[in-house]
Design a protein around this ligand. Structure first.
Ligand code: NAD
Ligand code: DAU
Length: 351
């Protein structure tokens, strides 16, 4: 039976990837390795925890001995690596945590793969990365696979570095690798410190909606299940050594996005039109805030036949419905003082 190690599978995107693989490939054994940091939550994947082809392993990708023993024991055929510190604001506060998890953790997994893959035939190390490695765009243009790296935040610098290490292991040791760089994901199970789930939670509770700076920064939004389907395609059909950009062709300024969310939620919550818009509050800008991200996804579309399945308003409505129907999940994940950093840093009543 083929054995696939997925790291970070108790987090937002990882939980969707684990679910897709467990359900779609009953004849493959899926191992989910996650340290269960503040962002990891077993509730995200409780619907598949009793499946025969699934096993959860609690552990830290930065622990050298543990990772070495894990690879020796299971002899994985492939690795899909998502575990990371993922929030830009936290990286501004604590860059070292990002260096450890994202760079050291990735190199530790690369070393274990190199050591335990006696033959590289039918093996694959797939690194899930971000469009933020390319830096920030002006008002026009797109990120392509060959756009030069120009990371601007400690988070994106750590992801850029890990991408370089993954390519270096192919170039130096012949490790079979593939990388994808994706734009902003949204959907169920996203931790409510990121813009959309934070605003959904605040609208629900009639709390201010923090817009950094002038709200003019642009992000390219993709429904998380579309990212998971792209990951499935790339893992199974992507070419060895290649990089694929994944994005939604779906650019929104933060202000327009939050206004649309307010409109959708006022309707859902039977509130007067315009009610939630009044919660919008301008707060101190994020340090070094990238202006615009936009992905050119034509390579994965042409070569692998992928395209996003959902229109944005449909995906947003689905997401809002999920958060409103899963109040327990929201209460559970927000109960651990996870917003203390923001309260202290931004000194406003959005948290
Ligand atoms: P997330 O923060 O929701 O989940 C990260 C998971 O990794 C958590 O379950 C956490 O417990 C686990 N983890 C963290 N450090 C670990 C360690 N040392 N050992 C083991 N597990 C550890 O993140 P996400 O938004 O799901 O992002 C997943 C991956 O996708 C990341 O690599 C991120 O850079 C990348 N990515 C995210 C987006 C996005 O929009 N969220 C877009 C493109 C790429
Ligand atoms: O582009 C891919 C990246 O998208 C991923 O690599 C990251 O892991 C993921 O967190 C995300 O990064 P962003 O910084 O773009 O996402 P975030 O939701 O934090 O912010 C989206 C935009 O909204 C950004 O311009 C900052 C702004 N923002 C964010 C928050 C949390 C606000 O204006 N107010 C907020 O409270």
């Amino acid at each position: 039976m083929e054995k696939i190690l997925i790291t970070g599978g108790a987090g937002f995107i990882g939980s969707h990837v684990v679910r897709l693989f467990v359900k779609k490939y009953p004849n493959k054994k899926i191992f989910n390795l996650d340290a269960l940091t503040y962002a990891g939550n077993l509730e995200n994947i409780e619907d598949i925890e009793t499946e025969d082809n699934y096993e959860f392993i609690k552990g830290d990708i930065t622990n050298e001995q543990f990772i070495d023993e894990l690879f020796a024991k299971h002899q994985f055929d492939g690795v899909i690596h998502l575990a990371a510190e993922s929030h830009v604001d936290r990286s501004i506060k604590d860059p070292m945590a990002f260096l450890k998890a994202n760079i050291f953790g990735t190199v530790n997994l690369l070393n274990a793969s190199k050591k335990h893959w006696a033959s590289i035939e039918n093996k694959r190390f797939y690194h899930i990365s971000t469009d933020e490695v390319y830096g920030s765009l002006g008002e026009t243009g797109f990120f392509y696979e060959d756009t030069s790296y120009d990371p601007k935040s400690p988070y994106s610098a750590s992801k850029a570095s890990s991408d370089h290490f993954v390519r270096a292991y192919k170039n130096t040791y012949g490790l079979p690798i593939v990388i994808s760089n994706c734009s902003n994901n949204y959907g169920p199970f996203q931790f409510p410190e990121k813009l959309l789930p934070l605003c959904i939670n605040n609208i629900k509770n009639n709390k201010p909606l923090p817009i950094y700076g002038k709200g003019e920064n642009i992000r390219d939004w993709l429904f998380v299940e579309d990212h998971a389907s792209a990951i499935d395609l790339i893992y199974n059909e992507g070419k060895n050594g290649e990089t694929y950009n994944i994005g939604g062709h779906n650019e929104w300024t933060n202000m327009d996005l939050v206004k649309l969310l307010c409109k959708v939620m006022d309707k859902k919550l039977s509130r007067k039109a315009g009610h939630s818009g009044k919660l919008i509050t301008y707060v101190t800008d994020r340090a070094g805030h990238d202006l615009r991200y936009a992905i050119d996804a034509s390579k994965i579309e042409k070569e692998l036949g992928w395209k996003p399945s959902l229109q944005f308003e449909e995906g947003l409505t689905k997401t809002v419905d999920w958060y409103l129907e899963n109040e327990n999940w929201l209460n559970n994940v927000t109960s651990g003082g996870y917003l203390d950093y923001y309260k202290e840093h931004y000194k406003n009543d959005c948290y």
